[in-house]
Design a protein. Structure first.
Lengths: 213, 97
């Protein structure tokens, strides 16, 4: 059985040298071996082949990251809860990658040109945008905004995440960025679209109602 | 029904199978995303920093969404963070056994 420790003891032991630290790491390993299989069972059955190897890899990566990030633990939760969240992120990230790695994601791995804004043709083609908007229905309006406000790459990201259900972790892996940066970028994009929609005099909820949502 | 008509129907059915997501789906997804978009949102890393405290409060039967509404909003928006949160809750439940 692992030794019971409070947060302070975990930190002290993991910062100690040799024996004390090895003992604390062994205890953490044992706790993770007990907890993770059931915590992850919704995504991966412990009966699956190679489960033990997968678990060992996750635990090893977790312990390394825990030691690396020890100074960032602020004591807002139990130390073990903090360790679980690190292990779970590592495990689910890997499982998402395994599930999606063979799937082609159009438009996400292209050159930088794909991230340039579309030309002015969308705006210049219509000599009377105000009256044209009145004629168009909600669908055409949204289509127009997506075409004008989103770069091809941003649109590809939205399609991948929103329609194909690709996890953000896999999208960022293909793009060479990270989940945090992608979320922030997409938040900026969503805000930009929402503001534009408001300037055009529409509310997304009202338009969604038109689609019967 | 003559053969030509049958082939024509079969052909349009086959094309339908391979058609890309139609624009209404894309527009609908965009609108659904926009309807949930707020001026202030936490990023995945900001939520990750708070999620252990949030999950422990939930496990104790408290109402973490009341104290951290932005975390709850992010969990409603972000499938990856929501999955990680649900796995964390499962881990804490095991701990209680």
């Amino acid at each position: 059985m692992p030794t019971l420790r409070d947060n302070e003891s975990w930190l002290k032991d993991l910062r100690a040298t040799s024996e004390q630290r090895d003992s604390a790491l062994a205890d953490l390993r044992e706790i993770l071996q007990r907890v993770l299989p059931r915590a992850l069972s919704r995504w991966l059955s412990p009966e699956t082949g190679h489960f033990d190897a997968f678990l060992d890899d996750v635990i090893q990566d977790t312990l390394l990251r825990v030691l690396d990030k020890l100074d960032s633990f602020e004591g807002r939760s139990q130390f073990t809860t903090w360790v679980y969240k690190i292990a779970i992120r590592i495990a689910l990230n890997e499982l998402r990658h395994r599930k999606w790695k063979e799937v082609s994601l159009d438009g996400l791995e292209e050159s930088r040109e794909a991230d340039e804004m579309p030309s002015e043709q969308f705006k210049s083609n219509d000599p009377h945008p105000e009256s044209a908007l009145e004629r168009k229905d909600a669908l055409a309006l949204v289509e127009k905004l997506l075409a004008e406000e989103l770069t091809p790459r941003q649109r590809a990201i939205m399609t991948a995440i929103g329609i194909k259900g690709v996890p953000m972790d896999e999208v960022v892996r293909r793009m060479g960025t990270n989940r945090n940066a992608l979320y922030k970028t997409m938040h900026d994009v969503r805000l930009k679209l929402k503001h534009r929609l408001k300037r055009e005099g529409f509310d997304p909820e009202d338009l969604l109602d038109l689609f019967g949502n | 029904m003559n053969v030509k008509l049958k082939m024509s129907k079969f052909s349009s059915w086959l094309q339908g199978l391979f058609r890309k997501p139609s624009p209404p789906i894309e527009a609908r997804v965009a609108l659904a995303m926009l309807s949930m978009t707020q001026e202030q949102e936490l990023s995945c890393d900001e939520v990750h920093a708070l999620i252990d405290q949030f999950a422990e409060m939930q496990t104790r039967g408290e109402n973490p969404a009341h104290l951290f509404p932005l975390v709850q909003r992010h969990l409603d928006m972000c499938p990856e963070c929501r999955e990680e949160y649900e796995a964390l809750l499962a881990a804490l439940e095991i701990n209680l056994l």
